[in-house]
Design a protein around this ligand. Structure first.
Ligand SMILES: Cc1cc2nc3c(=O)[nH]c(=O)nc-3n(C[C@H](O)[C@H](O)[C@H](O)COP(=O)(O)OP(=O)(O)OC[C@H]3O[C@@H](n4cnc5c(N)ncnc54)[C@H](O)[C@@H]3O)c2cc1C
Length: 396
């Protein structure tokens, strides 16, 4: 009888796991993807969407349409919890049994970490979900009519820093293009000990390069800082500094999502072994942002380790090949630690980053900036959407 596999989450981790399992095991498995969203969203392009450089239809795909042709069932439901003892996913529309579960539910965004943080009930914008990025774009259009100070930042405990850099550089580039930059003081606030740390202890000459990039753009940097509260139009730092804003975008800390947090560490992230199998529950795997990973070093103001799309895809492939070996009665494959390979937009240019492995000491550690990386980033978006729409996860 075919093994029943449920994949929770229909994004980078979930889709890669589901397509790989079906490709490697065919009729030996029944694969279902359970997702609260009916679309795959190419999250790395959300900063572009918030600037008006992309529309939702440019960066989203219907999950039903891409999963069905590959023989994978799509269940459009939010999982409310997991009953690991009886191997069941519980949703408001019913329960689903599994032989194996892959948790790829990404993060919960913890806006409650700082008073006044976030678009719902707070005073700052965010660009981490499609809805937030769309809302941020509407705020941006209003802002352009009557520009003023901008504050972009990451509060204490943040792990996903890249998009915050992208947003600061994009705002700068767009304001210069519109000949409005002289009306807008931009402040970049971060919990990282220095710019270019990125939650991974820096890479290559990232500190020097990022300091120069911010200086060239006259973006004021306040690093190694924690935010006390955000009031309408003002960021208040723990050291008493007050910075006014007309528009502000802040990254929040992340935790595991509620439906799976009881299977995780105190933050709700899932503890896994080197093959992405739950450390205590052998028929549960987890990949991507949902996984517990310790930061490479303690920082004076707390920061977390980013789990990038590239890392997520590698984890999903390793989890799928481990599960494939198990179902075929073979020994599990040896896995390598995850690397960072990333293209970070910088408005009118971009940076290429490589940290191999992500946790130092490293074999390779590179950060370079150049216009060619901007072209590569745009080309990669198109390539990835083409690849995932056809389920071709075996391609690089
Ligand atoms: C703005 C932004 C820009 C980024 N840019 C880059 C970049 O340039 N390069 C890079 O490598 N990485 C980038 N990243 C990181 C990258 O997006 C993540 O690594 C990646 O999305 C992680 O994939 P995932 O599948 O683990 O989780 P997610 O992409 O977060 O997906 C989780 C999915 O699970 C679903 N889900 C959650 N809870 C439930 C539930 N209870 N029931 C059912 N479904 C549920 C969610 O709706 C979601 O679709 C960026 C991240 C952000 C926020």
């Amino acid at each position: 009888m075919a093994a029943k596999i449920i994949v929770l989450g229909g994004s980078f981790g979930g889709l890669t796991s589901a397509f790989e399992l079906k490709r490697l095991l065919g009729k030996k498995v029944d694969v279902s993807v359970v997702s609260d969203l009916d679309r795959f969203i190419f999250i790395p392009s959300l900063p572009w969407l918030s600037m008006g450089w992309r529309r939702p239809k440019d960066i989203t795909l219907s999950l039903e349409k891409i999963l069905r042709p590959k023989g994978i069932e799509f269940i459009h439901q939010e999982a409310t919890t997991i009953d690991a003892d009886s191997s069941k996913v519980i949703t408001s529309a019913g329960e689903f049994n599994y032989d194996y579960l892959i948790i790829a539910t990404g993060p919960a965004l913890v806006f409650s970490a700082v008073s006044g943080l976030g678009p719902e009930g707070g005073h700052t914008e965010c660009i981490f979900t499609l809805e937030q990025a769309e809302r941020c774009h509407e705020k941006w259009k209003e802002f352009l009519k009557e520009p003023g100070p901008v504050v972009v930042g990451s509060v204490q405990g943040v792990s996903c820093f890249g998009p915050v850099y992208e947003y600061a550089f994009e705002i700068d580039a767009e304001l210069r293009r519109r000949k409005l930059r002289h009306k807008v003081p931009i402040t970049f606030i971060t919990s990282e000990p220095y710019v270019g740390h990125f939650g991974i202890g820096g890479l290559g000459k990232s500190k020097r390069l990022m300091e120069d990039e911010f200086a060239d753009r006259e973006i004021k940097v306040i690093a190694n800082t924690a935010v006390e509260e955000i009031t309408p139009g003002e960021v208040r730092l723990k050291d008493g500094t007050k910075i006014p804003f007309k528009l502000s975008m802040f990254a929040p800390p992340m935790a595991g999502v509620k439906a799976v947090s009881h299977l995780g560490n105190p933050k709700g992230f899932i503890p896994v072994d080197a093959n992405y199998r739950h450390k205590e529950i052998s028929n549960i795997f987890s990949v991507g942002v949902a996984v517990a990973m310790a930061p490479p070093e303690q920082t004076p103001v707390p920061t977390g380790l980013p789990k990038t799309g590239f890392m997520t895809v590698k984890m999903a492939k390793d989890a799928a090949s481990t599960l494939t070996s198990e179902i075929l009665g073979k020994a599990p494959p040896a896995t390598e630690p995850v690397d960072v390979l990333c293209l970070m937009d910088m408005g009118n240019t971009a940076a290429f980053m490589k940290a191999k492995p992500v946790i130092p000491p490293r074999q390779e550690s590179v950060l370079k900036a150049g216009i060619q990386y901007k072209w590569m980033k745009a080309a990669f978006e198109k390539y990835y959407l083409w690849k995932i729409s056809r389920g071709l996860t075996q391609l690089p």
